[in-house]
Design a protein around this ligand. Structure first.
Ligand code: FES
Ligand code: FE2
Length: 359
């Protein structure tokens, strides 16, 4: 059979090998899985990360993450309840009452003959789990390649931050979602009048470099005046023209991006943490921080505008094929320099990390 051309290959989607490489390589990083406030004492929460069911639960005040699949007959532990076994809290399976303590150890099998020890094969592995920036983060591999991402503005009292967790999953991979947020040459096309102008589609002069676990992109650009670029609470700001601003984009590899927009009005930060629910499904956790127009009454306008921009992006990003980013050698994509330099550098790094290796 003749080799498929790149377009046909893209439409057909990734191979099982590409999906497996994505899942196994992404397992080596921290990913957010839910808001911290979703986790209440005594109530297990089931999430999906990289196609794997994970249960989160507080046991004696300790945050625990383990497979949401019972070792006995694979029922879902998050349907169970927190009980006390031998003085310590454990998560009890709803099906036959096996119970698993912190560390995933099976601490009770009700059907076991008296005097028989619980087999070690009944234990579940525990995953690394942390709370940071109001989210719960899990690393499936036990050895994260990079630390949890920093977010200085969120913890700076000079900033006001708004949180937005999308209930609806985005039908794309998390790496596509990050690329869609890092990409600036789409501004005049998808967000005309808000972030760009089609009469000026020329790309900015990007500076791109790596620092620790971060890919950093910086450039100057001009955008129409609006909520994100002009302080609406300043009475003298009304007649403003186009605004020159500096973007500094920090990608905490591979799935978290912080866009820092500095304008004469102040700083506006768009933070996106992606959760790879699976190779073609992404949960998005957004936080927006600003140090101007700080009145709480302005919050709705900022959230409405962010919502509008996200909805402009969503159908376009979901339409991209294949959902997994193909490696460069396939020539399935045709990035054009210098405008696509940030995306090329991101793609190069995820390839080095083993995330995009096959088609
Ligand atoms: S399936 Fe969990 S105890 Fe049987
Ligand atoms: Fe966009």
């Amino acid at each position: 059979m003749p080799a498929l051309d790149p377009i046909a290959r893209a439409d057909l989607g990734p191979s099982p090998k590409a999906i497996e490489d994505f899942r196994s390589s992404m397992a080596e990083f921290w990913h957010p899985v839910c808001e911290a406030q979703a986790l209440q004492e005594g109530r297990p929460v089931g999430v999906t990360l990289l196609g794997r069911r994970v249960v989160l639960v507080q046991l004696d005040g300790q945050l625990v993450a383990m497979p949401d699949t019972c070792r006995h007959f694979q029922a879902q532990l998050s349907l169970g309840e927190v009980v006390t076994v031998g003085g310590a809290q454990a998560l009890q399976c709803p099906y036959h009452g096996w119970a698993f303590g912190a560390g995933g150890h099976c601490v009770r099998i009700p059907q076991l003959a008296e005097g028989r020890a619980i087999p070690t094969a009944a234990n579940l592995p525990a995953y690394l789990v942390e709370e940071r920036h109001g989210l719960i983060w899990v690393c499936l591999s036990g050895a994260p390649r990079f630390p949890l991402p920093e977010f200085p503005e969120l913890h700076d009292p000079a900033f006001r931050s708004l949180r937005l967790t999308e209930e609806e999953l985005v039908k794309t991979s998390s790496v596509r979602m990050v690329m869609g947020t890092l990409d600036d040459t789409h501004f005049p096309w998808v967000h005309e009048g808000i972030l760009g102008d089609r009469d000026h589609p020329e790309p900015p002069d990007h500076r791109v470099w790596r620092e620790g676990d971060e890919l950093i992109v910086q450039y100057e650009t001009v955008q129409p005046p609006g909520l994100l670029t002009v302080d609406q609470s300043n009475p003298e700001a009304g007649e403003a023209g186009d605004v020159t601003l500096t973007y500094t984009d920090y990608v905490a590899m591979p799935g978290v991006i912080r866009l820092v927009k500095d304008s004469p009005s102040g700083r506006y930060v768009i933070w996106l943490a992606t959760s790879p629910v699976d190779w073609n499904l992404t949960q998005t956790f957004w936080i927006f921080s600003r140090n101007f127009d700080m009145a709480p009454e302005s919050d709705d306008a900022f959230l409405d505008l962010s919502s509008h921009v996200r909805l402009q992006d969503k159908p376009v990003i979901e339409s991209q094929r294949p959902w997994l980013v193909p490696p460069f050698w396939t020539q399935m994509e045709l990035p054009v320099g210098p405008g696509d330099l940030p995306l090329m550098q991101y793609q190069k790094w995820i390839e080095e990390l083993g995330i995009a290796t096959a088609i």
